[in-house]
Design a protein around this ligand. Structure first.
Ligand code: FES
Length: 119
C-alpha cells in the first residue's frame, strides 16, 4: 500500500491506484478543493510535490496547466490527474478553508477523467 504524506497533516496508507484527489479527502482528511469534479478543467485540485512526483502526466493535465500559465511551476500537479502508484509527499495549497467557496466541489469519480491519455 503506498504511503501518502501531507505536509503538516501526517502520513497515511492509501489504496494502490487510488486517485490522489480522493485519497487526500478520504485517507488524509484534507479539505482539498476539486471544483470541476476532477475533469482537469479548474486546477483547484493542485498540490505541490515534495517527493515522489509521478514522471508521467495526462494530456489533459499538461494542457490545462499550460493554459493557466502553471506549467513552469516545479512540482505543481493536479491531484485529479494522478493515481497513487507509489509513495508520495505533497503540500496542500488549495483548500476549501479560506477559499470563500461554498463547498469543495462534486466528488471526483474513482477513475481519472477524462480517460487518461498519457501523451
Ligand atoms: S482540475 Fe478540477 S478537480 Fe482537478
Amino acid at each position: 500500500m503506498p504511503k501518502l504524506s501531507v505536509e503538516g497533516v501526517g502520513t497515511f496508507d492509501v489504496p494502490a491506484g487510488k486517485r490522489l484527489v480522493n485519497a487526500l479527502v478520504d485517507e488524509c482528511g484534507v479539505d482539498q478543493l476539486h471544483a470541476c469534479g476532477g475533469f482537469a478543467r479548474c486546477t483547484t485540485c493542485r498540490v505541490e510535490f515534495v517527493s515522489g512526483e509521478p514522471p508521467r502526466m495526462t494530456k489533459a493535465e499538461r494542457d490545462v496547466l499550460a493554459a493557466k500559465g502553471l506549467a513552469d511551476r516545479p512540482g505543481l500537479r493536479l491531484s485529479c490527474q494522478i493515481a497513487c502508484d507509489g509513495d508520495m509527499a505533497v503540500r496542500v495549497v488549495s483548500r476549501l478553508a479560506g477559499s470563500g467557496r461554498a463547498d469543495a466541489g462534486k466528488r471526483p469519480a474513482d477513475a481519472i477523467e477524462p480517460p487518461a491519455d498519457w501523451a
